[in-house]
Ligand binder design. Sequence first.
Ligand code: PEP
Ligand code: MG
Length: 892
Amino acid sequence: MVYLFDEGSAKMRDTLGGKGCNLAEMTNLGLPIPPGLTITCQACNEYNALGKRFPDGLMDEMKKALAKVEIKAGKKFGDAHNPLLVSVRSGAPVSMPGMMDTVLNLGLNETTLKAIIAQSKNERFAYDAYRRFINMFGDVVLGMEHKHFEEILTAKKKAKNVKLDTELDAADLKDVAQNYKQLVEKDTGKKFPEDPMEQLELAIKAVFNSWDTPRAVTYRRISRLSDTMGTAVNVQTMVFGNMGNDSGTGVAFTRNPSNGENKLYGEYLINAQGEDVVAGIRTPKPLAALGKEMPEMYGQFADIAKRLEEHYHDMQDMEFTIEKGKLWMLQTRSGKRTAAAAVKIAVDMEREGRISKEEAIMRVQPEHIDKLLHRQIDPKAKVTVVAKGLNASPGAAVGKAVFTADDAAKAGIGGRGEKIILVSVETTPEDIHGMVAAQGILTSRGGMTSHAAVVARGMGVPCVAGCEKLKVDVSRKIATVEGTNVVIKEGDTLTVDGSDGRVMLGEVPLVDPELTGDFEELLRWADSISRMHVRANVDTPKNALDARKFGAKGVGLCRTERMFNDPDRLPIVQEMILADTPDARKRALKKLEPMQKGDFKGILEAMDGLPVIIRLLDPPLHEFLPKLDELLVEVTKMSFHKTDDRVFNEKKRILDKVRELSEFNPMLGHRGCRLAIKYPEIYEMQVAALFEAATELKKEGKNPVPEVMIPLVGNVKELAKLRALVKKTADGIIAKSGVKLNYMIGTMIELPRACLTADEIATEAEFFSYGTNDLTQTTLGFSRDDAEAKFLQIYLKEGILTDNPFEVLDSNGVGKLVTMGVQLGRKVRPGLEVGVCGETGGEPRSIEFYHNAGLDYVSCSKYRVPIARLAAAQATIKQKNASKKKESFGDS
Ligand code: PEP
Ligand code: MG
């Protein structure tokens, strides 16, 4: 249950947690690490399983290990002359920034304090450490409110008429410490614990307990992390960065976490403890300044940073402390980075020969690059910058100012759905519910490694931090900009640019990003590795062009009904639907044909040389007509007022038709191929428009590759009948045109029966494309239009479902039908091309499933194309690695 740092290694992450395993690894590399021990994650899990009780023997094991730490440190825990003070920190296997709690300076009491004063000959330092300890112990272990401690400190500063903590002297801090202790007694009804071992026991329990705090649970839920990992506890010899001007503390990254530049990057504070940097309480100096202030320390640190990056083959995020001119390393881990930095670092490291192309691809999270595809401020826009802060998390955002996390949660994503910018002095882990709800974050304090910056980068929310000119008054919900007359009130619209730290009033126009440079290169590598390719779901020529720029290798789904909804066309579509005879319908369709032809031509041209799947009309026809209840109101009103008979009769005719078309379950009703079984002329028109367009392009020397897709097929006879119709129309037009044009006819697979009879259906289909939106709806019996609003949230909260099945493929259920359909289909038609065009086609975990199921491609909306390209490559690499592993176990 307990390991000394020199007993562990980086391979023991699941046992020692991230922090513990890296402290062990660094210790074994011979780096200067203050000695310590790690209590395992398994001990935490057992503690929770036992109903928050230590497993038998844990404290005995811990004490034995602590005795060895004492020897290494040359100090004794609780000793009256040479006391060992420790830090107690959590460390889960996966880093959870700011989520878990830390206690520093533990072991201090009235006796050891005297020893520290005598040893350090620095009374001020000792009382400062003591009051910090009581404060942290009160917050973290005793569950007291931080603000009460803060009030005591503020009152003292006011009484002394000073601004900074550092301006308080030893006597002041002694007073503060005594007041803190009284506060503890008043708040908890018990004296502050004097026995260091009792302090340690309580602190370990507090770390274990913090695994289950709401903020930790929220973070895990958002990041999809398992609740069963547990956290380790690290008990480590304290070193002090606040022992004077030859001491200090800092955090640093081996490369720039914001843009990926290969340059040591970080911040530090002289005469401070680590928490001051991370909490954003004082604004630190850039690390480069340490090179001038303490060149030797800087040199040592830079060497260690280089060694660590070479050792781990990845960008490191490190914490260090300088105690009276001696450098100590307190932590290293793979650094969190923006999507842009992740891409640049991965590509650079491949070029530097540190990692392979495959590793570079695996280093970037597909969901993360979504952020790179987010909007930027239009370079042509005229902007007036009212304040500038640090570019803490890139991307631009527009929203209304709110001043508290609670207000943000109510107004923003997950609340009323408004676009908001959370404006605050600084953020703390308690604010996470507000941060996830915001489009952007703006803080007046804190550096690049402050809580707001770290968390915003992790979540990909644009953030401007440390905007010092901004004076935020949270109680009045107002902010002003120093030296100007700018006032930002609640509800005022702001634009923040987390890429360069600019803050602007009002809404500034934003533009879509482009794929260039390293990003393009990485995706090219991805394409060269992937087995599947990626197409796009588009229904306009502009979207087809954009998708192609994002790397789409064709169109996987063109929903032709979207073209029907155009305001110019809707009246003609309605005329077609309202037609009483086939001839009248054909006349209306004839009017539509040239319009559809124009659209098809544009899309085929944009995707010249690449396949374009045109899906024939799918939705129920009443979707193109006015709503029944609205019509009823109108007709009823007309019948009470004098209305022209002709007008009234026309309205009444529409009402009757809408009534006739209305269904109890329209999504299970007269739609998809069922429309064309009743009204074949609709598909005839669409096919004619498509092949007129394609043959014209062919004559113009272009290379259109049309593929015709029939929706909602559940019975091979439906497909056989419609295939014959498509073929007759298409071949007729091709023959008339005199050009040679190849095309395919296939079907969507979006009903369970289609999967179950895929072998029959494949006799008539040259390709399959899974429509997982309908397939999920019909397999689960969940309405795709209602489930989310009515009950899905409860299902997710209760853990009945882990994901929304319309977003992430339900691999256990719908996935089985997908696999079955592929196997049955290819049994009768071995070369059958199979893809997916439902929403799940752009979702990385689903993409992995589709790869393993043997699909040829996935198709998704244009913005998801780069994500899907990366995910498809990762799926290929993962499968390759898994089969290599199998082979090495002799299990081919
Ligand atoms: C589907 O059902 O998954 C699909 C792509 O078609 P639509 O969403 O248009 O019904
Ligand atoms: Mg569908």
